[in-house]
Design a protein around this ligand. Structure first.
Ligand SMILES: [Mg+2]
Length: 262
């Protein structure tokens, strides 16, 4: 195995660091050890229901000593792109209050009237309704762009799954007649570009670690970053031949990343 000099780790959370609210064995020690050695970590989540600041707090409460700028989610990537690319756009949002408030706090013009919409933004929304679907459809039919936070079909919770953002976005896609114009969660590389900027490291010195081929490993590939698949979550070794792409490394668990650094 060729050893590279990685200085930054872009880590998935669920199935990689924790399962529910329990640490994957060795994950916490691995984080502490590598952080002490000067390796920079950033945690990436597709979940846009809570602000990244709250996500950082959750990870901290689990027992990992992380700062707010070490956590990114699809909401951060989407809001940054709105600010950068379409600062004056009028946005109709299907999303939860925390997400809508984060947009307003960032200066996004959030509107309710579907006739004056430049962009429909869709995310996980546990109060999704027929009325919201109809407004989104009307706005897109009237020419609004269609942006989505992420396409995860389900949302893992303590004792199972709930329908995820992807389930809601599929309903809007069907009503609107076309898929989203932009998607910000993994496997789209948007979060990677923000992460690299925040880490202050070049792409070849970073490693993506995650448990899902279709999000984490494809995300790494789309961003041109090396990747390590861990077998503590969604993927088993037997699944690997089904994919047309492969991770650079396959590890039993995140605790084994030390073999890539020794
Ligand atoms: Mg995962």
């Amino acid at each position: 195995m060729t050893k590279k000099r990685y200085r930054g780790i872009l880590a998935d959370v669920d199935g990689t660091i924790v399962r529910g609210s329990t640490f994957i064995p060795g994950a916490r020690e691995t984080y502490d050890r590598f952080r002490d050695r000067g390796i920079r970590w950033i945690f990436l989540s597709n979940n846009a229901t809570i602000p990244a600041t709250l996500l950082a707090k959750r990870i901290k409460n689990l027992g990992l000593n992380v700062t707010e700028d070490q956590v990114l989610n699809s909401a951060v990537a989407l809001i940054r792109s709105l600010n950068k690319e379409r600062p004056d756009a009028r946005v109709y949002t299907v999303g939860e209050p925390a997400f809508v408030n984060a947009m307003k706090d960032a200066g996004v013009v959030v509107v309710e009237d579907s006739e004056q919409v430049d962009i429909v933004v869709a995310a996980m929304d546990r109060s999704f309704s027929y009325d919201k679907l109809a407004r989104a459809q009307a706005a897109i039919h009237a020419g609004a762009a269609f942006w989505a936070s992420n396409l995860d079909p389900s949302l893992p919770i303590e004792d199972g799954f709930l329908p995820g953002a992807g389930s809601i976005i599929a309903a809007i896609e069907t009503a609107a007649g076309h898929p989203p114009d932009r998607v910000f969660g993994k496997p789209s590389p948007d979060m990677a570009f923000i992460a690299l900027e925040q880490l202050g490291l070049p792409v070849e010195e970073c490693l993506v670690v995650g448990d899902r081929m279709t999000t984490d490993i494809l995300f790494a590939r789309n961003a041109g970053i090396d990747s390590a698949l861990v077998l503590t979550g969604a993927t088993s070794r037997e699944d690997l031949p089904r994919y047309s792409y492969a991770p650079d490394y396959v590890l039993d668990s995140i605790a084994d990343i030390r073999v890539l650094f020794e």
